[in-house]
Write a protein that binds this ligand. Structure first.
Ligand code: NDP
Length: 281
């Protein structure tokens, strides 16, 4: 069997177009959505991520406010900047690019963002809302994965889903979203005894580990939907996922590529959250 490719880049394009329509509507009523992006320091990867987010906003009619702060910025200076943005009615979403320099407590920073502007969905109020099935903001990566599953027409109710990884930003919220959609969910992690035993039972596997090509075709059930969140560099410096694409694509029913899979969807869902924040405001 050769898997269908779940093309995140193309799905993200259609989501961005829809965001553009909603942004135009808000702007026509004098309420252009606005996203503040705070970058502390000059980490090269973070600089690229932030540049892409700003570009996405511009293309979708969302006003972006990029604030670059020096690596020596104190925690209290960053917190007071966030408080000012919390009070700014032209700003609907606030994103602080992680990681932050060592002198700044990232948890404190995230908790200072007003929950109704928490478009990254990392605030404890957003996590609590997800846990209890209330309205909040969903973290962009698992939110994007759910959109991809919807696009592929994957039946979720009663499906066996395995999430590999239990981070607060991907694995745990992903598992909760799948559970909310009535899947039977197993969460695997570094202490899981026999990973393949779990993944071979799964109709849906979401790999969010950060280990290049660790999930191979022989670990999959034929026809499974395989979502690769991982972004790694292999020994040759090439970008690759957690899934060994070549062997997995021979077994899976659907598979996401890296690049061009979950990454563009994560970016698109940030725009969706920003529009939702502006519409709710
Ligand atoms: P974390 O490092 O926070 O979490 C990794 C998880 O993988 C942990 O729960 C860890 O288990 C688990 N793990 C590690 N080794 C194994 C193993 N051998 N078998 C099973 N589980 C294992 O990473 P993130 O969740 O932040 O990110 C995961 C990957 O996704 C990274 O490659 C990251 O770059 C990528 N990513 C991609 C995004 C995108 O838009 N495409 C967005 C966000 C992340 P334990 O808890 O026991 O340590």
């Amino acid at each position: 069997m050769t898997a269908h490719i779940l093309d995140g880049a193309s799905l993200a394009r259609s989501i961005r177009a829809e965001v553009g329509r909603r942004a135009a509507e808000l702007s026509a009523h004098g309420r252009q959505p606005g996203l503040a992006v705070l970058l502390v320091g000059d980490d090269p990867a973070s600089t690229v991520y932030v540049r892409n987010k700003v570009k996405d906003c511009e293309e979708s009619g969302i006003r972006s406010l990029l604030e670059r702060m020096p690596a020596s910025t104190t925690e209290s200076a960053l917190l007071s900047r966030i408080r000012a943005l919390n009070a700014d009615p032209a700003i609907h979403g606030i994103l602080v690019q992680l990681p932050l320099p060592a002198q700044i407590d990232a948890r404190k920073v995230i908790e200072t963002i007003a929950p109704d502007k928490d478009v990254d969905g990392f605030h404890v109020a957003s996590a609590g809302a997800l846990m209890t099935g209330q309205r909040g903001f969903l973290p962009c990566t698992p939110y994007g994965v759910m959109k991809m599953l919807e696009f592929a027409g994957t039946p979720l109710a009663g499906a066996e889903a395995v999430v590999i990884g239990r981070s607060n930003i991907v694995g745990k919220p992903q598992a909760l979203l799948l559970l909310q959609a009535d899947a039977t969910v197993t969460i695997c992690h570094s202490r899981t005894r026999n990973l393949a035993e779990h993944t071979r039972r799964a109709d849906i596997v979401v790999a969010a580990v950060g280990r290049a090509r660790m999930l191979t075709g022989d670990m999959l059930k034929p026809g499974a939907v395989v979502i690769d969140v991982g972004m790694n560099r292999d020994a040759q410096g090439k970008l690759c996922g957690d899934v060994d694409f070549d062997s997995a694509a021979k077994v899976a029913g659907w598979i996401t590529p890296v690049p061009g899979g979950v990454g563009p969807m994560t970016r698109a869902m940030l725009l969706v959250n920003t529009i939702e924040a502006a519409e709710r405001a």
